[in-house]
Design a binder for this molecule. Structure first.
Ligand SMILES: NC(=O)c1ccc[n+]([C@@H]2O[C@H](COP(=O)([O-])OP(=O)(O)OC[C@H]3O[C@@H](n4cnc5c(N)ncnc54)[C@H](O)[C@@H]3O)[C@@H](O)[C@H]2O)c1
Length: 273
C-alpha cells in the first residue's frame, strides 16, 4: 500500500527544531515532500538533509516571521522547490516571560510580531496560492468533496487562560485561536481547512527557555518549575514532539476533511486542571 501522504507537498515553518522538526519528519515518513522554513537556516538545512535521506523531495528556506516580505518570499521559494503546497504548518514561535509591570514595547512587538502577526501573514500568503489552485467550478459553487489545502497553526495553553508573566505571549496565542476561526470561515468556500494545535508542555528548547525565565523571575529552581508543570498534567507526563506531530498528521489527513476552525488541545488533559 502507498504511503498516506505520497504525492502531497508540505511547508513547515519553524521546522528546524522542536515540534516543527517532529512534524517535518512525520509528514516525510508518510511520504510527503517537505520544505523546512526557519530563522535558523543551518539547522533547517540539516533537517532537510535528513528528510531527503528518507527518500522524499526536501528543501530548506530561511524566513523571519516578523517580516512580512520574508514570509511572502518563503512561500514563493517553497513553490519553486515543491511546485505546490497542500499542507502548511506553522510551528515557529517564541516565548517570553516578564511581569506585566515591566513589559516593554520591544518585548510586546517581538512576541506579537512573530506569534500573531507572522501567523496571520503566513496564512494570507499560503492561502493566496491554495486558492489559485481551486477550480472555477468549485469557486462558483463554494463546495467540493475535495479539500484544496490544510493549514495548521500553533496556539498554546497560554492562549486559553490568563498568564501573569506572559501577557504578550498569551494574548498572541489567544489571537491564533481567533485567527484560526476567521481564516477557516474565509477559506471554507474554497474547501481549505484551517485548524490549530494547542500543546501542553513539550520538552523542547522553548520549554527550557520558559522554565528558566519563570524560575528566575519567581526565584525558583528551573527543574522544580518543570516538575510542577508535569504534576499539573492529568496524564502525568510531558507531551512529546511525536504526540504533536500525530495530531498534525491527523488534521492534514482525509480523516479530518470535515474539521475546520478548531483548536485541538494536545496536552494530556492540562487544560482541564
Ligand atoms: N514546547 C512547548 O511546551 C509548547 C507549549 C505550547 C505551545 N508551544 C508552541 O508550539 C510551537 C513550537 O514550539 P517548540 O517548542 O517547538 O519551540 P522551539 O523553540 O523548539 O522551536 C521554534 C522554532 O521556531 C523558530 N523561530 C523562532 N522565531 C522565528 C522567526 N522569527 N521566524 C522563523 N522561525 C522562527 C526557531 O528557530 C525554532 O526552530 C510554538 O508556536 C510554540 O509557541 C510549545
Amino acid at each position: 500500500m502507498g504511503k498516506r501522504f505520497g504525492g502531497k507537498c508540505a511547508l513547515v515553518a519553524g521546522g528546524a527544531q522542536g515540534i516543527g522538526r517532529g512534524i517535518a519528519r512525520r509528514l516525510a515518513g508518510e511520504g510527503a515532500d517537505v520544505v523546512v522554513a526557519d530563522l535558523d537556516i543551518e539547522q533547517a538545512q540539516s533537517v532537510s538533509d535528513q528528510l531527503a535521506a528518507m527518500g522524499v523531495n526536501a528543501g530548506a528556506i530561511p524566513v523571519d516571521l516578523a517580516e512580512i516580505a520574508s514570509v511572502e518570499q518563503m512561500v514563493e521559494q517553497s513553490l519553486e522547490v515543491l511546485g505546490r503546497i497542500d499542507f502548511f504548518i506553522n510551528s515557529a514561535g517564541v516565548v517570553h516571560n516578564v511581569p506585566l509591570l515591566e513589559v516593554t514595547e520591544h518585548d510586546w512587538n517581538r512576541v506579537v510580531d512573530i506569534n500573531q502577526r507572522g501567523a496571520a501573514f503566513c496564512i494570507k500568503a499560503v492561502a493566496r496560492h491554495m486558492v489559485e489552485r481551486v477550480p472555477e467550478s468549485v469557486k462558483s459553487q463554494g463546495k467540493s468533496e475535495t479539500c484544496y489545502g490544510k493549514i495548521v497553526n500553533f496556539s498554546s495553553m497560554s492562549g486559553r487562560r490568563g498568564r501573569p508573566l506572559q501577557v504578550h505571549y498569551a494574548a498572541a496565542k489567544a489571537a491564533v485561536i481567533s485567527l484560526t476561526q476567521s481564516a477557516a470561515l474565509a477559506l471554507a468556500p474554497y474547501c481549505i481547512n484551517v485548524n490549530a494545535v494547542s500543546p501542553g508542555p513539550v520538552r523542547t528548547r522553548m520549554w527550557d527557555v520558559n522554565v528558566a525565565e519563570k524560575g528566575r523571575i519567581l526565584g525558583r529552581d528551573a527543574e522544580r518549575e518543570a516538575e510542577q508543570f508535569i504534576e499539573n498534567v492529568p496524564l502525568r507526563r510531558p507531551g512529546t514532539v511525536e504526540d504533536m506531530a500525530a495530531a498534525v498528521a491527523f488534521l492534514c489527513s482525509p480523516d479530518a476533511d470535515y474539521i475546520t476552525g478548531q483548536t485541538l488541545n494536545v496536552d494530556g488533559g492540562f487544560e482541564m486542571n
